[in-house]
Design a protein around this ligand. Structure first.
Ligand SMILES: Cc1ncc(COP(=O)(O)O)c(C=O)c1O
Length: 411
């Protein structure tokens, strides 16, 4: 029988509050809960083979080194990379994009060049490019979303020029949940000779992602948004690009040889992994990928698609609600931003919290997008496959109380 209830695997989701309620956790775009196999993998590491990878000759150090490198292979398979050596372990999406911008970007971008990003970007995929443009004398240009919140291939075709050196774009908006047509955008970018970095923080956990099918040059995601511990993430880079890049952080574990005045670095990806690595995070990431593959990414996409349609229907029934972005099916994931007429989103989120419903309110680290939408902030619910229709019913019921609780009259 096909398993449909995953909450039992997530201890935090079973925990009851002082009023005997389990949390309706709808803030998965911020971070995800951890299933038992991930928690157990990290505990087993600490209890049985905690050691510094790539350092010792003794049993447990060899074991952790093997486990660490095995996860590199798992990540490569998970995102369809041709070679595990195209996978760099980082601290997360932010760290990955900074590495790409500072190392590849500083080398590839010069005075008069153009960097193309979109208005949808999380500040993590904006600020590193803004600074790169300032430092190099390049210009930062923006792709504008259409009414549904997507960046279309037509928009990309208009903004790409022979001077565009880098296109850095999110796969899925962390505010609107829309899925961008990356394969088409990447093909257009390559025609102009630009390199494409894909921010997959909100896609890799939710939909099948294949770097070769999409033909992106770099891809970044965070472990913690994908059931794994925080502090671990990935920068995928095509081999020839990683090979040409200088390491950013210099220190232990990245050299073939050092003399007083010279250094010969290891090959990629190891030259980018200076200092003691987050072995527990990487091992947790491996367990998270095993778990996700057991559920199946197509199944996850299917479950979330069904829940998203259910949520859109339920939320549409709340009077005074404004939903942002649009599109269903293949063009959006389970992130829905909304506001209630006349109510500050922080107040809405506070009332929801009193009902045991967890959502996020704020600008979601996407202030240029907020400005484009003409708002300062939104409330955002974001699903994962372990959510249920009951979570969404609780959200909708709590939303119906908001104006009354705040003394603003009936809803
Ligand atoms: C689209 C997107 N990019 C980047 C990030 C940054 O991820 P992290 O904070 O894990 O580095 C986030 C986090 O919310 C995100 O949603």
């Amino acid at each position: 029988m096909v398993k449909t209830d995953y909450k039992g695997d997530f201890p935090l989701l079973l925990q009851k509050d002082g009023q005997g309620r389990a949390i309706a956790y709808l803030d998965n775009a911020a971070t995800t809960q951890k299933p038992r196999p991930v928690i157990d993998a990290v505990r087993t590491y600490y209890e049985t083979y905690n050691a510094n990878p790539h350092r010792g000759a003794y049993d447990i150090s060899v074991r952790v080194t093997e486990a660490f490198e095995e996860v590199r292979g798992k990540v490569a398979r998970f995102i369809g990379a041709a070679d595990p050596e195209e996978i760099v372990f980082t601290a997360g999406t932010t760290d990955s994009i900074n590495l790409a911008a500072l190392s590849y970007g500083e080398q590839a971008v010069g005075q008069g060049d153009e960097i193309l990003i979109s208005v949808l970007e999380h500040h993590s995929n904006l600020l590193p490019w803004q600074r790169l443009a300032r430092r190099t004398g390049a210009t930062l240009h923006y792709l504008i979303p259409d009414e549904s919140g997507r960046i279309t291939a037509e928009e990309a075709a208009q903004k790409l020029t022979p001077r565009t050196k880098i296109v850095a774009i999110t796969h899925v908006s962390n505010v609107l949940g829309c899925v961008n047509p990356i394969r088409d955008i990447a093909a257009l970018a390559h025609e102009k000779g630009a390199v494409v970095l894909l921010d997959a923080a909100q896609s890799a956990p939710h939909i099948p992602v294949d770097v070769q099918a999409l033909d992106v040059d770099f891809l970044a995601f965070s472990g913690h948004k994908l059931l794994a511990p925080a502090g671990v993430g990935i920068l995928y880079g095509k081999k020839e690009l990683l090979r040409r890049m200088e390491p950013l952080r210099l220190g232990g574990g990245i050299v073939e040889e050092v003399t007083q005045q010279t250094v010969r670095y290891l090959d990629a990806p190891w030259k980018f992994e200076a200092g003691t690595q987050n072995a527990e995070g990487v091992i947790g990431l491996g367990a998270a990928i095993d778990y996700l593959e057991e559920v199946g990414m197509p199944a996850i996409q299917e479950i979330e698609g069904r829940l998203t349609r259910y949520a859109l229907e339920k939320l549409s029934g709340v009077s005074g609600i404004r939903l942002y972005g649009g599109g269903t099916g293949g063009t959006r994931t389970g992130i829905i931003s909304f506001n209630i007429d006349g109510v500050h989103p922080h107040d809405t989120a506070t009332v929801l919290a009193s009902h045991g419903v967890a959502v996020r309110a704020g600008h979601h680290c996407a202030q240029p997008l907020m400005a484009h939408m003409g708002v300062n902030a939104t409330c955002r619910m974001s699903l994962y496959f372990y959510n249920t229709e009951e979570d969404i019913d609780r959200l909708a019921a709590a939303l119906k109380t908001v104006r009354g609780v705040l003394g603003l009259g009936p809803q």
